[in-house]
Design a protein around this ligand. Structure first.
Ligand code: ZN
Length: 332
């Protein structure tokens, strides 16, 4: 009996212990569930879309491939690209293959039939009717931080005119574009470190000066060296991008493009010269479709692509003349 009562007591203790264990397990399970749910909700948080637009004046794609540029070749391999980006429209305009007409289209998404910048003369332009990509982004999302860092005065004075984020950081016309590219890069590094840009446009102007001086050609060593100089700046810019404290929660689309190519020591009158009229577009980042972009691409597609990635629906009232290219479906 004594033994029986002790064994009963013991078995009750085991039962109590079992109950306690089950309760503990249930609590543990609940805690684990809450933790997993929290993690899942954190990872379900959409990343912040951001766009870095890198404009290289007078850059030929075949010369990038012929150069020793490391970063540019890496983004070509990792992202999407086309080496057949038309810098002029198919509708008849009198626009030349010149920087003024080129950057006006790149930054407004409109051809010369709308902005009427035909060369480097902005005298009769209708840019006051053609908001820049910075203006359009802020019109829809006023809180977005849109910044353009430029060294060619005409971009600030005419194309991005009136946008507080468009900053002339150095006068390349007066003091040279080699130093301009260097100073602009330093400012870009500071912006990426200390500010929270959503749309950032960087203008590199030196390569065009090199082309005018020594020839726009893959086999012009000064020209390919000019591309490698820009590549060194880009390596630092990409490091700064990756060092951003909230980088893991940011979805950067980085775009690379040019306003025209070149032949000999010039690029004017290039409507029928493929080496001049053909630019390129590279898109890099999680949102970019890898590989060659099969669609026909023009420089008017740059603005819609940037806006689309930022989650801004293209308003038909803007009558933009291109469309988003090279992006995964989720971004469209
Ligand atoms: Zn140019």
């Amino acid at each position: 009996m004594h033994c029986d009562s002790r064994s009963r007591a013991q078995s009750k203790r085991w039962m109590d212990l079992g109950l306690t264990n089950r309760l503990l397990s249930a609590r543990l399970f609940c805690a684990l569930f809450v933790l997993l749910a929290a993690t899942a909700s954190a990872s379900a948080q959409p990343k912040q879309p951001k766009v870095l637009m890198i404009g290289i004046d007078g850059c030929r794609f075949d010369a990038i491939l012929y150069s020793q540029a490391k970063l540019l070749k890496k983004v070509i391999n990792e992202g999407g690209h086309t080496d057949k980006c038309d810098v002029l429209d198919n509708i008849p305009t009198k626009a030349d293959t010149a920087s003024g007409a080129g950057w006006a289209t790149i930054l407004t998404g409109l051809w010369a039939d709308r902005h009427n910048v035909l060369g480097n003369d902005f005298k009769d332009s209708r840019l006051h009717e053609c908001p820049s990509v910075l203006h359009l982004a802020n019109k829809v999302k006023p809180k977005l931080e849109c910044i353009a860092l430029v060294t060619w005065p005409d971009i600030q004075e005419h194309i991005c005119k009136g946008h507080k984020g468009c900053r002339m950081v150095f006068d390349g016309d007066k003091k040279g574009y080699k130093e301009g590219d260097r100073v602009m890069t330093e400012v870009a590094l500071d912006v990426l470190k200390t500010k929270n840009p959503d749309l950032l446009f960087l203008y590199f102007g030196h390569l065009d000066s090199v082309g005018h001086g020594y020839g726009f050609h893959p086999k012009s060593p000064r020209y390919t060296n000019g591309i490698e100089d820009i590549d060194d700046h880009l390596i630092r810019i990409f490091k700064a991008l990756d060092a951003r404290p909230k980088r893991a929660g940011e979805d950067w689309l980085v775009m690379f493009f040019t306003d025209h190519g070149g032949q000999g020591r010039g690029h004017g009158g290039g409507r029928t010269v493929p080496e001049i009229r053909t630019g390129f577009l590279i898109v890099h980042g999680e949102a970019a479709v890898k590989g060659k972009i099969a669609d026909k691409v023009t420089n008017a597609d740059i603005v819609p692509t940037a806006l689309t990635h930022l989650g801004i629906a293209i308003d038909p009232a803007w009558r933009l003349e291109g469309r988003a290219v090279g992006l995964k479906k989720r971004d469209r």
